[in-house]
Design a protein. Structure first.
Lengths: 406, 406
């Protein structure tokens, strides 16, 4: 934490990034289109949904990102442009072309992301003039507006910026994201966009984003449903004028740590604002035989509806936790594992030797009233660790997702 | 269906089976111990939870079932005897010994099953006299009582019996089960017990039970949580005096069909009475590349909280269905699959060519008011099929599982 500092900023804080967030008419009244543009062609890396049914903007953006270069990201909320067939694909190309033309850049250097209802054709009579409006609104302090334009029923905007020094130059990394919520409850699309003025090797950046995503975005869960539109994208435009960052750069660890911090921060914000969530739950698994094992255990606990409803009910139901560890398919000896539950500086051992420790339930009841809770699982099977984050399952989750789309 | 008929019976309908269900004090006031006994040593087969954290009765019963013979099943509700360590294991042995002694049989021929709260030691001062009471209450028409003794917060008892003719002899197969609900919301333990007076080859019976369970109990889901105590057990005592049934018996198909019917019936009852369920959902997947693919797709749809809440809200949100198919990891071409939604004799095509068919949403809204709904997925990737059953996710599920154990 000593190597970087959090600043009051946004994705336009790094040098040479403009952004805007505007209302174009896809939603009823809130901002529904955002644009992020680098002054110069930037190195770009992206990770995309693994859902076989993926939205048109994902398909096209994957292609445009393949050469490792991009200059603009256009994002609409209110319509996912998923399951929209050939026409949906064409609509992405048309939107990208319009964006490129207005910005006077190549359309291959435009990335598009969408979030909202599935299966409704993108209304191009709204989108095309919308692009022009978004370009017209671009500014070097438009990061806040852009963060507003990508959210749907998120209850707050999600952004962060940090500053660090590399090669004696100030480097800024910033991010904005949207989480699980939508105007028309449909799909918990997660979008996250990172900008930095650091000069970063393209291949290194892609690998760093993949590794970081595996440990952050891929370790959060609201309801276990993988969206058709998920996307994380980072643009690095090099305007900080540091020496190019790759695995051999003497200060690479500093950059990796800062980059990880940004992404973990965004990932946690998404879960904290999960649909209907009243509790934020961190699961840390230590001493797994493999990292995959540690990840499986964390995910298994966080995805258990029984564990989630118990947290909602503030019930220290340790049986459900150990049950969900049991069906995680990780390798461990049941009688050896230990499970702790509590808050960061007050963790109580609840399970050992295959059974309850006989902890004081009254003390636990008090702890469970906290909003941020933690589960620590010691698998005693190796030395690998994993962390994951989730939320509880409340009446409001059912309400939000059980209501009619209209 | 022509080869067998459903009769008004229970697990004591097959010849030579006595049963009882009694109140011993594990629950507040309802029956909480059941006993099923064959007059003669029976062939037995069992399938057990795959949860690595499994309850003491599962561990011991697996051993006792290994030689393919058993004569009695003792079941308690109100206490799962899971995560109870060495003492829990000893308590199972003690209970089995007491049961064997009272029945004058070998304790290796006793099977035990438990359901209820995890991690609480079995109160042996209640269980031991309870066993004596259960033995004393045994009768040839005790099947109904036994079915009552195994349920927890199930809203009705689950039993079925059918009659068929093999080698000119009447053969009866009967079953009882309990589903997802408990006095102290904790674990959705599924227990199912089948009796038959058919003479069946032991190895054939075990394989038949495994194959049937894979297609029935293993294809239902209430919340995706695999219990520590799940058990399905069948006893065949041969008293119908048919020729021994194995794969080569000329009427084997008739027996397999009847056996499958019993188990599918019990499995469906469990889901219909799922915690908080207001809708029963059948998913049929056809033309999968492999059976595993077809199963994955069915399970993926049925386990999606977003699909489940949409059904609760009577919302024809087809986007969520195709999304959950998309992340199932099955092999198919998105643009080729077709999805139908509706009721048995009124299925409406909702997805084709990767998008909506533009079906009439008003007609769909009417259909979705029905209690029993069906989804049919045509993967167009092969010829394998699978069926699965689930329920919606309602406020009551959250309420039941969010409340304090006490």
């Amino acid at each position: 934490m000593d190597d970087f500092k959090i600043i009051d900023g946004s994705i336009t804080s790094p040098k040479g990034f403009k952004a805007s967030g505007v209302y174009i008419g896809l939603k009823k009244s809130k901002k529904d289109m955002s644009l992020v543009v680098s002054d110069v062609l930037a190195d770009v890396a992206g990770v995309f949904t693994t859902n076989k049914v993926c939205a048109a903007p994902i398909l096209v953006s994957k292609k445009n990102i393949a050469n490792g270069k991009a200059q603009a990201i256009i994002i609409n909320s209110g319509n996912a442009n998923a399951c929209t067939g050939e026409k949906g694909y064409e609509n992405v190309i048309t939107t990208m072309n319009k964006t490129a033309k207005e910005l006077d850049i190549s359309s291959e250097d435009v990335i598009m992301a969408s979030t909202g209802v599935i299966g409704v054709p993108l209304p191009m009579d709204i989108v095309i003039p919308g692009v022009k409006k978004a370009v017209g609104a671009l500014s070097y302090d438009g990061g806040q507006s852009a963060a507003e334009g990508i959210i749907t029923t998120d209850t707050y905007i999600k952004k962060v910026a940090i500053s660090l020094e590399i090669d004696g130059k100030e480097v800024i990394i910033a991010g904005m994201a949207k989480g699980s919520g939508m105007i028309e409850p449909n799909m918990a699309t997660m979008l996250s966009f990172i900008t930095t003025d650091a000069k970063v090797d393209g291949k290194f950046l892609q690998q760093l984003l993949k590794d970081t995503s595996d440990k952050t975005y891929n370790m959060i869960t609201v309801d276990g449903d993988t969206s058709t539109n998920d996307m994380v994208c980072v643009m690095a435009n090099g305007m900080a004028e540091n020496n190019i960052i790759n695995a051999k750069h003497p200060e690479v660890k500093k950059f990796i740590d800062a980059f990880y911090y940004i992404n973990e921060y965004m990932a946690k914000l998404i879960v904290q604002d999960g649909e209907g969530a009243t509790k934020f739950i961190e699961v840390e698994v230590v001493n797994g035989k493999t990292q995959e094992d540690a990840r499986k255990v964390a995910k298994s606990i966080l995805n258990s509806n029984l564990v989630k409803t118990a947290f909602f009910g503030e019930d220290g139901n340790w049986g459900r936790i150990i049950c969900s560890i049991g069906y995680s398919k990780a390798d461990f000896v049941v009688e050896e594992i230990e499970v702790f539950l509590g808050i960061e500086d007050n963790m109580i051992k609840i399970v050992e030797k295959g059974g309850s420790t006989g902890f004081d339930e009254k003390v636990m009841d008090e702890i469970l009233k906290e909003k941020n809770l933690k589960i620590l699982v010691d698998l005693k099977a190796g030395s690998e660790t994993a962390k994951g984050w989730g939320c509880d399952l409340s009446y409001d989750y059912v309400k939000i997702n059980g209501s009619y789309r209209s």
